[in-house]
Design a protein around this ligand. Structure first.
Ligand code: UN1
Length: 495
């Protein structure tokens, strides 16, 4: 019998109030059962929001550095449990063990970063144009925040959202992805053990479809933070806009690496392999388009196909695996569907292009590292997010065309540019349209203290990560104190 996951509401592990369908999560790499749960319903969402709302009254009064101390408590637990959680991650969602450790490390880094931000002023003192008058700003919490997180960074992304929300004095209802619910439970256990008061952090589990609407439109939810697909994110935006809720979205990507004719090709090759096939291409930041200058195109395609075709695909627990299983069968079918579309569109398959089924692969969802050349910028495989180990190579004649093609997508999360020409690198960093722009490095691997998020259909202007995450999870209040004892009229008395 696998481990059961319950909801966590008001400091208690509780069963759903409804009759929810039983859901079972299996290791996508070998089919072993990982955990089971019951689908939550709207009454569970209501209970979690009510607990978070009640807890907010006291939690918002706790001094921010005191809240930060609880985050530092949690980091001790995460560090102690790092290996065990990383091992679970390789089994629950399939990423290789080294990357799983990195995922947990990202939460550790985030804890230190946000605990320190908890001691920062986060306001300005502003000189008044009138005498005996003081003006300053302060940050205040929003209230109940709904945190909806994906399966691809099952500890890191919950940490990006929970820590800043909590340090700023908000309370939370967390809805982890249904594919990584056991890791969601681990995350909630850690915060509970750290000493956050009851009701401050709550978790509701199951598929989003039956409960998502209630969570994002609940009158007592002040803010929704969502990382996931553009389709779901935009649906949430449509539902929350008439209610004027704060919404922070981080959605899809179609991230390019541009390789100029003077680039260090060996460096570019290894960067492309890592940022395209690491995590089986299942990162919002993963590269899915390589835009190569015609002078080095044929050589680079050959290098890429030779190496990509030999990448070891295997269970995440095998340290030799370069990448692991695809998260679920639906995603595997979607990836293969896009490969068929690419073939029909006339792209040339350089390597991969198939589901792996033989031997040890038989029990899991594995896909070969796939490289297409002869891809035109308008093909669907060059426009739509595939979220798998599928890379499209596009040939361009010069810098201008490279930038045009790179920007010619509906997304703008991460871009990358390889060249030895320092002037061109600076130009590219200005002209590429994305929230993150890497020079002579691949598209993945953002650090916690940098603003993270994207342009166009990737986001809606918020940046989680870095100091900007505080903006997403707080309100600004400007305080004006007139100690002149007179009625002073701004813009009038002093002019
Ligand atoms: C994501 O795929 O949504 O920058 C997050 C990176 C990681 C986070 C990716 N630190 O690749």
């Amino acid at each position: 019998m696998s481990e059961e996951v319950l909801n966590f509401i008001n400091g208690q592990w509780v069963a759903t109030k409804g009759k929810g369908e039983k859901l079972v999560r299996k290791d996508p790499g070998n089919g072993d059962e990982i955990c089971h749960m019951r689908q939550s319903d709207n009454a569970d969402v209501d209970a979690a929001v009510a607990a978070a709302k009640a807890a907010f009254a006291d939690w918002k009064k706790v001094p921010r550095p005191e809240r930060a101390k609880l985050i530092l408590n949690s980091v001790e637990i995460v560090r102690r449990r790092k290996e065990e959680i990383a091992q679970l991650m390789t089994r629950e969602m399939g990423k290789p063990i080294a990357e799983a450790r990195g995922d947990v490390q990202e939460a550790i880094d985030m804890a230190y970063y946000i605990a320190a931000e908890g001691r920062r002023g986060w306001g300005w003192q502003i000189p008044s144009e009138l005498p005996n008058k003081r003006m300053y700003t302060m940050r205040q919490p929003l209230g109940v925040c709904a945190l909806i997180t994906p399966w691809n960074f099952p500890i890191a992304i919950p940490s990006w959202k929970s820590y800043p929300a909590l340090v700023m004095g908000n309370t939370c209802v967390f809805k982890p992805a249904e594919d990584t619910t056991l890791l969601g439970k681990r995350w909630t256990e850690i915060l509970h053990e750290s000493g956050f008061p009851k009701g401050v952090f709550n978790m509701v589990v199951g598929h989003g479809a039956p409960i998502g609407d209630r969570l994002v439109t609940h009158p007592d939810v002040a803010m929704v933070s969502f990382t996931g697909s553009t389709t779901t994110g935009l649906a949430i935006a449509a539902k929350t806009a008439p209610l004027n809720k704060r919404l922070s979205l981080e959605m899809g990507g179609k991230n390019p690496v541009v390789i100029m004719d003077d680039a260090d090709l060996e460096l570019a090759l290894h960067a492309v392999l890592w940022c395209s096939f690491g995590t089986s291409g299942q990162r919002c930041t993963a590269c899915s388009r390589v835009i190569v200058h015609e002078k080095v195109h044929d050589k680079f395609v050959k290098m890429l196909a030779d190496h990509a075709g030999r990448l070891k695909v295997g269970h995440g627990s095998d340290p030799a695996s370069f990448f692991g299983a695809i998260v679920n069968e639906k995603q595997l079918a979607k990836i293969d569907g896009y490969v068929q579309i690419g073939l029909k569109e006339g792209a040339r398959l350089e390597c991969g292009g198939k589901v792996l089924k033989d031997g040890a692969y038989a029990k899991g969802n594995y896909y070969a590292a796939t490289v297409f050349s002869n891809v035109r910028p308008d093909m669907r495989i060059a426009q739509e997010e595939i979220f798998g180990p599928v890379l499209s190579v596009i040939k361009v004649k010069d810098y201008e065309e490279a930038i045009r093609v790179a920007n010619h997508v509906a997304y703008g999360l991460s871009t990358s540019f390889f060249s030895r020409d320092v002037n061109l690198c600076h130009r590219a960093s200005e002209e590429l349209e994305s929230g993150l722009c890497y020079i002579n490095a691949g598209t993945t691997g953002a650090e916690v203290s940098t603003p993270f998020g994207g342009w166009k259909n990737t986001g809606n202007g918020h940046r989680e990560g870095g100091p900007t995450v505080i903006d997403a999870f707080s309100e600004i209040k400007t305080v004006i104190i007139d100690y002149s004892g007179k009625v002073q009229k701004a813009q009038i008395d002093n002019n």
